[in-house]
Structures are given as structure tokens and as C-alpha cells.
Design a protein around this ligand. Structure first.
Ligand code: FUB
Length: 345
């Protein structure tokens, strides 16, 4: 929901109509990546703060500095804040803007994946390791080799392979990497370097991780989203094209790639037969929430499927002060997902 409509919102009424309430309200949180590790829910969110940066379309106002891991025994139990898990000051290569993270678990170790700007102002993706799902995490000295852009999401397939999905337009810089190197021209513009409206949209990226989960094992590939006729979704198709916040989950043997459409504020999904796609667009999972950004993860908990997402209701509409929430999603017989309205009519 765009910010200019916020001033007309009666937040008391809206919160009553909301399908879920903030999981924590003592800090602002966003971009929740949820996993069940050893029978318990762990949520890896961004930790929103007001650092005093002015709002712009590059997202400079999202100037987060650390991560807290939130844990829950069940989706209805109290969400516990486990304190600082990683601080930007402890990441040698990163200067600022600790944006949406994710985590993975393998052989008793936990891996936190996070984007941040390096000292050249370029978003890279880093990884930090811990013996505990709540951290503290120790960052690798360098960002993942060959990494760029934002919003990492790691998917563990049933054969034990791990894939990392990432990418985000505008302030997420994905459009600056179209030629394989960072294009620093027009640094002030969020939209320079984007394809024309009638060209294929830019894709999120996917790469299989190395066995130690610390590096890409291959050059990242495009996550192509096709329309119902098998044609790539176009850059001008703002209600369906990928913008940021990729996520991958598997349901009934199919791979579901879901993502935010950014400036049209939807969470959409597409279905494929392999972790690499291509994926065919199927519809919307979540209609717009209060706040500019929308970002999610999907996680199975005790046989039910849940959407972890955020809105800006706790701050009464401040774009960069968000709160994480959870709501159940349901599937139809044909594998499609029923669209959620975040606030009841
Ligand atoms: O939290 C900062 C950015 O806002 C994330 O990286 C995007 O996905 C959007 O939610």
C-alpha cells in the first residue's frame, strides 16, 4: 500500500481487521525468513530502526545495523527475541544496510545469509556461522565470491542440495548487473539500467551452494518466470514481474517460487519442476499490506503451511518501521494457493 494513502487510515480499525497481529512489538522487525529447526520455529528477520536517513527510492532509509533471531514453540505461542545475533560492526567487508536475511542448517551448524553494502556502496551477500540457531553468528571475512544484490533465501532440497535465491530491483541493484559487472552510472537513479517495458523482466538469481554452504558452486542462473502461454513475463508487467524478496518451497513434489512485485505491492508465486525453473506464473499469495514493502517466507509447521510476512501497522504506516506477522495459507486440489487479504473486509 503506497505511503500517500496512509494518512487516511484509522489504525485502530485496521488492526482489528488484520488477519494477524505483530509477533513482537518491543522492536521493529521485517522480512521474516522462517524455518523449523529441531521441531522449533526460528524466524530470521531484518531489525528495523530509524537511523535518520531520508526516504528515497533507493531505500536509504532502510539503514539496519544488526539481526535478532526470533523463536517460537508453535505458531500461536509467544515469540521470543534472542538478542543480537550479528552486528554490522563485526562483519569486516560490510559497511551498512543489513537487509533481509535467511538461514540454513546442516550437520549441526547454522548459517546466516545476509546482504549488506560493502565499502564501495555495492550490495554483496555474506554468510555467518554458528553452532546455535539463535547465534551469535561469526561472519566469514569476505562476502560470498561472485555475490551481488540483496534478499538471499536458501532452499534445502530433499536430496540434500542447497540452493540460494537472491535479487532485488531499484535500491537492491540487480539492474546494475545486467552485463555481469556493476554498472555505477547514474548512482542516484533506482530505475536506470532497467529493461524497456516490452522486454523480458529481470530475473531473480539462483545458484547451488558448495557442500560447506559458504560459496556458490556455480555461476548464478536466471530464475525465469513464464506466463500462461510460456512466454517470459515482461518488464512492464508490474503486477506479475519479479521485484525482490525471492523464496522457494516445495509442495507435493513441485517447486514454488514466490516473490514481491515491489511497486505494485503483491506477493506472487510461480510453479516449476526443478529448483532452477522455469516457473509458470500462478497468482497472488498476499494482497498489499500497509507500508511500501511486502516480503515473506513460507514454512510448513506441523502439517500446515504458513506465510510469514510484515506490514507497517505497528508504526502506523512508517515505511521502514515494520512488524513481522504470520498467517496460514491453504492450497487447492490443483496446487494453487488461495490469495490472502491481510485485512478483512
Ligand atoms: O528490508 C529492506 C528491504 O525492504 C528488503 O531487502 C526488501 O525485500 C524490502 O522488504
Amino acid at each position: 500500500m503506497p505511503e500517500d494513502s496512509i494518512e487516511h487510515i484509522d489504525f485502530e480499525k485496521l488492526n482489528k481487521k488484520a488477519i494477524s497481529q505483530p509477533l513482537v512489538d518491543h522492536i521493529y522487525t521485517a522480512d521474516p525468513s522462517a524455518h523449523v529447526f529441531n521441531g522449533k520455529i526460528y524466524i530470521y528477520p531484518s531489525h528495523d530502526i530509524d537511523a535518520g536517513e531520508a526516504f528515497d527510492d533507493l531505500g536509504s532509509h532502510f539503514d539496519m545495523q544488526d539481526y535478532h533471531v526470533i523463536s517460537m514453540d508453535s505458531v500461536t505461542s509467544k515469540a521470543v527475541d534472542n538478542g543480537v545475533a550479528l552486528d554490522v560492526k563485526d562483519v569486516a567487508w560490510a559497511e551498512k544496510q543489513m537487509w533481509a536475511p535467511d538461514a540454513a542448517h546442516k550437520d549441526g551448524k547454522y548459517y546466516l545469509y545476509f546482504p549488506a553494502k560493502d565499502y564501495d556502496g555495492i550490495f554483496r551477500i555474506g554468510v555467518a556461522v554458528s553452532d546455535s540457531p539463535i547465534g551469535p553468528f561469526k561472519a566469514q571475512p569476505e562476502a560470498i565470491k561472485g555475490s551481488f544484490s540483496i534478499d538471499p533465501a536458501v532452499f534445502e532440497d530433499e536430496d540434500g542440495s542447497y540452493y540460494i535465491y537472491f535479487g532485488g530491483l531499484w535500491g537492491g541493484q540487480l539492474q546494475r548487473w545486467r552485463k555481469g559487472v556493476f554498472n555505477a552510472e547514474h548512482p542516484e537513479s533506482p530505475t536506470a539500467h532497467l529493461p524497456e517495458a516490452n522486454e523480458p523482466a529481470l530475473s531473480a538469481k539462483v545458484a547451488k551452494l558448495t557442500d560447506d554452504l559458504l560459496e556458490f558452486s556455480e555461476a548464478p542462473k536466471d530464475v525465469v518466470i513464464l506466463d500462461e502461454n510460456g512466454n517470459p513475463i515482461l518488464a512492464g508487467d508490474n503486477e506479475r514481474r519479479f521485484f525482490e524478496g525471492p523464496w522457494l518451497h516445495k509442495y507435493n513434489g513441485k517447486y514454488y517460487f514466490s516473490y514481491s512485485t515491489g511497486d505494485t505491492h503483491f506477493i506472487c508465486y510461480a510453479i516449476g519442476d526443478t529448483p532452477y525453473g522455469p516457473f509458470t506464473y500462478k497468482g497472488k499469495i498476499l494482497n498489499p499490506v500497509v507500508g511500501w514493502t511486502t516480503h515473506h517466507s513460507i514454512c510448513e509447521v506441523e502439517g500446515k503451511w504458513y506465510l510469514f510476512y510484515h506490514d507497517s501497522s505497528l508504526s502506523e504506516g512508517v515505511t521502514h518501521l515494520r512488524c513481522i506477522k504470520v498467517a496460514e495459507i491453504t492450497y487447492n486440489e490443483d496446487g494453487t494457493i488461495n490469495t490472502l487479504n491481510p485485512y478483512k473486509e
